[in-house]
Design a protein around this ligand. Structure first.
Ligand SMILES: Nc1ncnc2c1ncn2[C@@H]1O[C@H](COP(=O)(O)OP(=O)(O)O)[C@@H](O)[C@H]1O
Ligand SMILES: [Mg+2]
Length: 788
């Protein structure tokens, strides 16, 4: 019997392509494009077919053809002229029109690299890497030579690099070291419509610094050029922001996309994870009932995407292509995941056209909405959700949450189906969900996440008034005050809001300020070897493999427990250290990882991150005033005490049963996450610190470590030392000596009343609501005074 079924699914974990189909039709695969044949060399007969190797890249001449067909190509000379004539220019155009890949090349050819490089920022690291690879190919140079990229902990540039793609975070760091950006002739801020926190800050900085002509021309034959690129949104607002600078619009044709609402996800399903199964169902339905054309599925994150790909693969295998598909030219399905932490050689494959007769189905995060354009997409399946970093006022921390996308985001997603011909978008949610649960626009990141790191950066750049900084969208004042408070708590700024010596050291580390604080404490005590690996391990993706399948899960749990036992103490931070050290000292580290159910790729990144952090630290330790301290406590407690210096803002105390109560004034009720080695050991715990929280129906704390109250006793009052009054002066202007004296007197009085005692009481509901009422009263009074 000959069933025509081919399902290809790229499994990210196995690093290989698996293809199952009826092998009596193996010739079918052999008969397809020579390009694919070359790349699928190993053919096994029967059963699943494992195919190794990368898909080839499209030949250069066809790439050249492709780039000449892009809408931007017809504007080439006008665009170069516009950049030449203006210091600030906004370029807008439909996603896929060629802005990111072509404009830097045009400027390079036109000689804009004479005085400096062309730097292009991307909000997402995957985009920076993928696009740099593509442009290097188009410019026929090897990556890292003329064209390179730099993302956090991964620098792929060389002295000969002139076109540099980088994340917006990397450029922000460069501004710190060189506020005049003297290495650059052109700065292109790309994907500005995404409104990432760092891009928004860069916009303000460039406006502030480069509106002064003398800074902009310093050391250059022409003033620094700033090009701001965006999909079609908000260009007027951007132009006004840059003193009415011109907007260059790339005309492009878009085809109509018909959108259809579903029935599965309604307002009641906000918290449900049913969207994974539903997108699979809808995607399969498209595959069997619609004409040829590729599918793009929008999901939330790696785990959901892997699961959806598994399900799709399983289901697609049962399709009998003789009877089950509407379009008889469709003879197979190629399933490809796409998310941020995927290995880059796999990411390349999403751009390859599928072989004839095969339909491609890419299951992606929001990265495919604007950052990366995949050609040939005719159908969109939209889950309606996105993973977003939000400040959660319930727990007072930033939390990665799954939330409904905005309507404008949904339109952008749908638009991906209409690039080359008319398309269709299948939304799995109802029209009621659209109306009731989806906001009109996505709130810019600056208005929803912690500002601690960027406020420190601004302060280090000498920008004292962080309230009146030219923000494209002002963050709420309370977020700015919250950031200042945290910086004060970590000793990065003093009470007057000036950056301390420690703050100047802290800003050098691309880490969360608390983690940096702990690392610097350890370094001052000479035990950085304990903290560096932990900081590295907390900076990479998840390291523990959780297979999901019950049998395998049990095996993985046993291995992880054995590692915890080897660690000696119940402490997730120390466990990270054990994993790092054991793997590193092993003769065959990758085999060690496999045996212990640890992601080898994550560990490899951690090794590299650790080296880089160590280099930063070594450089800072050369400074004469690098702090040196001595430790007179118990040596075995040294590690945990260092952690306390950075994590005393994340302290919780067990209240009843398995419930802990945080001590930061929010008094949130939290539970230890099941992935922690302390899970189920709660009865033996009293005080703990934790790295982060996860919010589902409950608030979970993750990466947990037991501590003693004495270690944080002297630090905890710091959480409540400065009040809103003080902070708002700190945020606006220099604090006068008089004011400073007043605060100190008030502080001394508070101490006398035994505020530490009060602190412990602070966590019940009544005291929290009292405090809130007092604050509101004060605010009212202040408003009355200022309006009066
Ligand atoms: N890595 C890649 N491999 C293959 N094609 C790519 C790659 N990156 C971009 N492209 C193609 O280049 C074209 C232009 O994309 P891009 O410059 O990113 O447009 P824009 O920035 O305007 O959205 C698109 O058709 C896209 O599919
Ligand atoms: Mg782009």
């Amino acid at each position: 019997m000959c069933l025509f079924k081919e399902t290809l699914w790229k499994n990210a974990l196995m690093d290989m392509l698996i293809c199952t189909f009826c092998l009596s039709d193996i010739h079918k695969l052999r008969g397809i494009s020579p390009e694919w044949q070359r790349n699928f060399p190993s053919v096994v007969s029967g059963g699943p077919l494992y195919l190794f190797g990368n898909l080839s890249v499209t030949s250069l001449s066809s790439q050249e053809m492709e780039s000449k067909n892009l809408p931007i190509y017809h504007q080439k000379s006008k665009l170069v002229q516009a950049v030449r004539e203006n210091s600030f220019l906004i370029v807008s155009g439909e996603t896929g029109s060629g802005k990111t890949t072509q404009l830097p090349q045009y400027l390079y050819e036109a000689g804009f690299c004479k005085d400096g490089n062309i730097g292009i920022t991307q909000p997402r690291r995957v985009a920076a890497i993928t696009v740099a690879q593509r442009v290097a190919q188009e410019m026929q140079c090897s990556l890292g030579k003329e064209v390179g990229y730099q993302v956090r902990f991964d620098d792929f540039t060389s002295p000969s690099t002139v076109v540099k793609y980088m994340t917006d975070g990397c450029l922000l760091r460069e501004v710190l070291a060189d506020p005049g950006l003297s290495a650059y002739g052109v700065i292109i801020l790309d994907e500005v419509h995404e409104r990432s926190l760092n891009t928004d800050i860069l916009l303000g900085l460039l406006k502030k610094v480069f509106s002064n002509p003398s800074t902009a021309t310093k050391g250059r034959s022409f003033p620094l050029k700033v090009v701001v690129m965006s999909a079609t949104l908000e260009t007027d607002k951007l132009s006004v922001f840059f003193n009415d600078c011109p907007v260059f619009t790339i005309p492009g044709r878009v085809f109509p996309v018909t959108c259809k609402f579903g029935t599965a996800i309604g307002p009641k399903d906000l918290e449900s994870t049913g969207y994974v199964k539903e997108v699979v169902k809808v995607a399969l339905n498209v595959h069997t009932t619609e004409m040829a054309g590729d599918i793009l599925v929008f999901l939330t994150g790696q785990v959901e995407i892997e699961r959806a790909c598994d399900l799709l693969f399983e289901k697609a295998e049962c399709i009998d292509y003789r009877y089950d598909v509407y379009d008889q030219t469709v003879e197979g399905l190629l399933i490809l995941p796409l998310y941020g932490s995927m290995p880059t050689d796999q990411q390349k494959q999403i751009f390859q056209p599928p072989p004839p007769g095969i339909r491609k189905c890419v299951v992606a995060t929001n990265i495919a909405a604007t950052s990366l354009t995949i050609n040939g997409i005719k159908y969109i399946v939209d889950s309606g959700f996105v993973k977003q970093l939000n400040h959660n006022s319930r727990v007072g921390l930033d939390v990665l949450e799954v939330v409904p996308i905005s309507k404008s985001e949904a339109r952008q997603r749908a638009g991906r189906a209409g690039r080359t011909s008319a398309g269709k978008c299948f939304r799995i949610y109802t029209a009621e969900f659209w109306e009731k649960c989806m906001p009109e626009y996505t709130v810019p990141e600056i208005q929803r996440t912690s500002l601690t790191a960027v406020i420190l950066t601004l302060k280090c750049l000498g920008i004292h008034d962080v309230i009146r900084f030219p923000y494209l969208a002002c963050p709420e004042e309370r977020f700015i005050l919250e950031a200042l408070k945290q910086l004060y708590q970590f000793d990065a700024i003093d009470r007057r809001g000036r950056v301390t010596k420690l703050g100047e050291l802290m800003v050098e580390f691309p880490l969360h300020p608390g983690l940096t604080r702990a690392l610097l404490k350890a370094a001052s005590l000479g035990c950085q070897d304990l903290l560096l690996p932990v900081a590295a391990m907390l900076s990479v993706e998840n390291i523990y493999i959780r297979p999901g399948e019950p049998e395998k899960q049990k095996e993985a749990d046993t291995r992880h427990k054995a590692l915890a036992a080897k660690t000696g103490s119940m402490n997730d931070f120390a466990l990270l250290l054990t994993v790092f050290q054991s793997c590193k000292s092993s003769d065959r580290p990758s085999a060690w990882c496999k045996e212990n159910w640890i992601h080898w790729r994550a560990l490899k990144s951690a090794f590299s991150v650790e080296t880089q952090l160590r280099e930063i630290l070594l450089r800072l330790q050369q400074k004469r005033d690098f702090p040196v301290e001595t430790f007179d406590g118990n040596k075995s407690e040294l590690f945990r005490q260092c952690l306390c210096t950075g994590y005393f803002t994340n302290v919780a105390r067990r209240s009843v049963g398995k419930v802990f109560c945080t001590m930061d004034g929010h008094g949130s009720m939290v539970h230890i996450h099941p992935s922690s080695s302390l899970f189920d050991q709660e009865a033996e715990l009293n005080w703990v610190i934790f790295h982060d929280v996860m919010v589902t129906s409950r608030v979970y704390i993750r990466t947990v470590c037991p501590i003693r109250y004495e270690w944080v006793k002297d630090l905890l009052p710091k959480l409540h030392e400065v009040d809103v009054y003080e902070l708002s002066s700190v945020a606006r202007q220099e604090v006068t000596d008089d004011e400073m004296k007043k605060w100190e007197t008030k502080e001394a009085a508070k101490r006398q009343q035994g505020s530490i005692h009060k602190l412990e009481k602070r966590n019940n509901e009544a005291t929290v609501s009292d405090a809130r009422a007092r604050y509101l009263e004060r605010k009212k009074q202040r408003e009355q005074t200022s309006s009066g």
